[in-house]
Design a protein around this ligand. Structure first.
Ligand SMILES: [Zn+2]
Length: 267
């Protein structure tokens, strides 16, 4: 074989090797924080693998490995408590009741919700309504894509319906949702915040843009590791969608009386 061909062959092999190693980068690392039997570990590993795959299919891949911490906790649901933590890495802490079946873990929304949080940077306590609204909206998009529910839109409507009464007021949507969260009325705050994304999705569609999850997928590649606050995130989403809809929508969410906002968008 001529020297040049050998060199080319080596270069091609090196190229494909580096692609393989990129593709093989694990989307998450598991950290067992308590003792779990090997059967429990298999079941919980399978649940987290499924959750990660379903979430990243809709929102990812993420430009980092998620750090998943698993703790044992007594409870009457598969995941009695979970939260995200972002200090040194992108972490989710799952407190699980391992007596539940794999099927029950997979059918629970918590894994998708927590992993969806990591698609956005930490936005501060003041913007918790935005972060929670996003994760709540996306958990059902992910579950719909995974074939676990028929219609995310229908479930999100049903979740908001009993909370709607909290938004028939002069405070803005954002202020109402923030206030409800500070009163620990979580469902009311989450599903009010989720209306931002219900409307964003509708406006993207009306303007002939790609759906929200595709905007978020592209966001991972350009901006996820750069942005550090809500203003930057909104600017990035407007740039990606070549629109001003996120900025305008945020303004309405911040300034219009909630009651008027619901009426404007027939929510
Ligand atoms: Zn959350």
């Amino acid at each position: 074989m001529p020297k040049l061909s050998v060199l080319l062959l080596i270069l091609v092999l090196l190229g494909s090797a580096s692609q393989i190693s990129l593709a093989a980068t694990a989307p998450y690392q598991l950290h067992w924080q308590h003792e779990f039997s090997s059967t429990e570990q298999v079941k919980l590993s399978q649940w987290l693998a499924f959750s990660s795959q379903a979430t990243l299919k809709v929102l990812g891949p993420y430009p980092f490995a998620m750090q998943l911490y698993v703790y044992r906790r007594a409870g009457n649901e598969p995941v009695p408590w979970a939260n995200t933590w972002r200090e040194h890495s992108q972490q989710v802490h799952f407190y699980v009741a391992p007596q539940f079946s794999k099927h029950e873990f997979v059918a629970d929304w918590t894994g998708y919700h927590e992993m969806a949080h990591l698609a956005l940077p930490y936005l501060g306590q003041k913007n918790a309504w935005f972060a929670e609204g996003f994760a709540s909206y996306m958990q059902y998009q992910i579950m719909q894509q995974a074939g676990l529910i028929d219609s995310a839109a229908r479930v999100i409507n049903a979740k908001f319906a009993p909370q709607r009464k909290h938004y028939l007021q002069q405070l803005s949507m954002a202020d109402s949702a923030a206030q409800l969260l500070s009163q620990r009325r979580f469902a009311a705050g989450y599903w009010g915040g989720a209306q931002f994304f219900v409307v964003a999705e509708r406006l993207l569609q009306q303007q002939g843009k790609a759906p929200l999850n595709l905007q978020i997928q592209r966001y991972q590649q350009c901006c996820r590791l750069q942005d550090t606050d809500l203003a930057q995130l909104i600017q990035s989403l407007d740039n990606l969608s070549d629109s001003t809809l996120f900025r305008q929508l945020l303004q309405e969410f911040n300034q219009l009386p909630a009651e008027a906002f619901l009426q404007l968008y027939q929510l």
